[in-house]
Design a protein around this ligand. Sequence first.
Ligand SMILES: C[S@@+](CC[C@H](N)C(=O)[O-])C[C@H]1O[C@@H](n2cnc3c(N)ncnc32)[C@H](O)[C@@H]1O
Length: 191
Amino acid sequence: MTSNFWEQRYANNNTGWDLNTVSPPLKHYIDTLSNKTLFILIPGCGNAYEAEYLHNQGFENVFIVDLAEHPLLEFSKRVPDFPKSHILHLDFFNLTQKFDLILEQTFFCALHPEQRLHYAHHTSKLLNSNGCLVGLFFNKEFDKTGPPFGGNKKEYKNLFKNLFKIKKLENCYNSIKPRQGSELFFIFEKK
Ligand SMILES: C[S@@+](CC[C@H](N)C(=O)[O-])C[C@H]1O[C@@H](n2cnc3c(N)ncnc32)[C@H](O)[C@@H]1O
């Protein structure tokens, strides 16, 4: 999927994944964090409601990255005091900066499954030692060809277990209604 593909989805308002608010499971997780200086990345951030929430809670080092410029420009207008230098219009796989925490929300499922191993290696590479990758994966297959692309617990465990300590990978209890019973919440710590 090229940047053009994603730009078109935003231009045509064809953004069925967009929650229009911070994802409840991620909000719940963010509310457990006390260190406001953590370096946090949201890859494939789209409209980045999680970044807005983090920013409003006083987190100072939040970075967002997306291939599509449209949602980043919208974000910039919506959250004008968010540091412009933390809004990155580029390919996640070209990022080199280090982070303490990477928050995953419908970015992984937007990638072709052939890119999943690359995602696992790249998230690990971007994290400082003991850094964490935290978020949500779909625990289902989709009828139509993706994106989104689905998966299951066993597959995710196999993909990440060599690079991360699987601290949590369980059915998500506080998903939004349409995703109830079809998401896993996970916390993976870099080995
Ligand atoms: C399904 S959307 C999810 C957006 C957002 N995470 C959300 O939950 O609303 C996937 C996003 O990933 C972005 N994306 C896809 N491939 C990317 C890549 N290689 N690097 C950065 N962003 C990418 C797309 O532009 C799109 O905004």
